[in-house]
Design a protein around this ligand. Structure first.
Ligand SMILES: Cc1ncc(COP(=O)(O)O)c(C=O)c1O
Length: 388
């Protein structure tokens, strides 16, 4: 069956060049990067080259990059590495669960957390962040790009507020890295998380930018790997893959290769809105990463549309992969003020480097008849009543 994959915010395929770069480190160059002999030196050099390349993507020094097992660990290390009992944290209502559930855990251990709301476009108001600050605020953790809507948050303004108040600022850039230019100095953050598998590197590797001088309590104890910030033998092939993916992304960003992707995304939106009645883009009025759109199809159950389209060869998603299967509507869309039934009727399309215009046409050809059929079956869909 012809299959098209538009769920790149869940995970991306490893690019052939990335796989090629990784391959020697599974067998030929297998040394432990901490060993002092030739084999260790070889892999140490590869890890340090990857560090340089991730640092170049983020505009920081190589020594400020800590490799982790992914975005979740990077978020956890940033939060639990800094926050202590009695501290106050400012976050937002639309964070990924890697941040939200870390904050929830903090609340159970004697910390206070303020979750700043978002407006109907999915944007945090920097003034609300400022107003939330207290004398004991230790950390602001607000994401750069939302995984469900692609909405880019005003992180530079938040960074300024954090710097003025002398408070640490962490941003989860898992869905922004390799899609938009990032310069940690311009963002003004102390900590920034990325994840390999959202940028065409393998699953199970990520990185945390830690501004020089930021003292983090490690979460893992063991050897003095990663300058004692993250113990454990490095996952060399995956780190090499992340380094290669970062270099490819940097070159692609420099060449402006993401504007065709944004055009494809905009084409999908325009066509859906023109061809299918009672549809709307969630977060469409805000700045967004170029690959993501989140669309509400009134009167359908998002999960039913995902399954129906999967049977026809199109992979999309209702939002966060980890909550698929759960009946609850997306916390992100609810936070934007969507009623529960509209949040449940919303679908995310997320493009990757491998997607083509032909795939977009294929997806569009499936959508209208599938939505029509589901609406015919829907007890709640009423043509006369819909409006957007
Ligand atoms: C915004 C955001 N943060 C964190 C994560 C977690 O990253 P990982 O899957 O590498 O643990 C994800 C993954 O979906 C994400 O989208």
């Amino acid at each position: 069956m012809h299959r098209v994959y538009f769920d790149n915010n869940a995970t991306t395929p490893v690019l052939p060049e990335v796989l090629e770069a990784m391959q020697p480190y599974f067998s030929n160059h297998f040394g432990n990067a901490s060993s002092i002999h030739h084999h260790g030196q070889e892999t140490r050099a590869a890890v340090e080259r990857a560090r340089e390349s991730v640092a170049a993507l983020l505009g920081c020094k190589a020594s400020e990059i800590v490799f982790t097992s992914g975005g979740t660990e990077a978020d956890n290390l940033a939060i639990f590495g800094l926050v202590r009992e009695g501290d106050h944290v400012v976050s937002s209502t639309i964070e990924h669960h890697a941040v939200l559930n870390s904050c929830k855990h903090l609340q159970s251990t004697g910390c206070e957390v303020t979750y700043v709301p978002v407006d109907a476009r999915g944007l945090v108001d920097p003034d609300a962040v400022r107003r939330a600050l207290r004398p004991n605020t230790r950390l602001i953790t607000i994401m750069m790009a939302n995984n469900e809507t692609g909405v880019l948050q005003p992180v530079e303004e938040i960074g300024k507020i954090a710097n003025e108040a002398d408070i640490y600022f962490h941003t989860d850039a898992v869905q922004a890295a390799a899609k938009v230019d990032i310069d940690v100095k311009q963002v003004g953050c102390d900590l920034l998380s990325i994840s390999g598998h959202k940028m065409h590197a393998p699953q199970g590797v990520g990185a945390l930018y830690v501004h020089k001088g930021t003292r983090l309590q490690p979460m893992l104890y063991g050897g003095s790997h990663e300058r004692s910030r993250r113990a454990g033998t490095e996952n060399v092939p995956a780190i090499v893959g992340l380094g290669k993916a970062a270099a490819l992304a940097k070159a692609a960003l420099n060449r402006g290769e993401f504007s065709p992707m944004a055009q494809m995304r905009d084409h999908i939106e325009r066509q859906i809105l023109a061809q299918i009645e009672a549809t709307g883009v969630n977060g469409g009025g805000a700045p967004r990463v170029p690959n993501t759109t989140n669309i509400c199809f009134d009167g359908i159950e998002g999960e039913a549309l995902v399954i129906a389209l999967d049977l026809k060869g199109l992979a999309i998603s209702t939002g966060a992969a980890c909550s698929s299967g759960a009946i609850e509507p997306s916390h992100v869309l609810l936070a934007m003020g969507l009623p529960a039934e509209r949040a449940r009727a919303s679908i995310r399309f997320s493009l990757g480097k491998q997607n083509t215009r032909e795939e977009v046409d294929f997806a569009l050809s499936l959508l209208s008849p599938t939505v029509d059929r589901l609406r015919e079956l829907s007890p709640v869909y009423n043509k006369q009543a819909v409006s957007h």
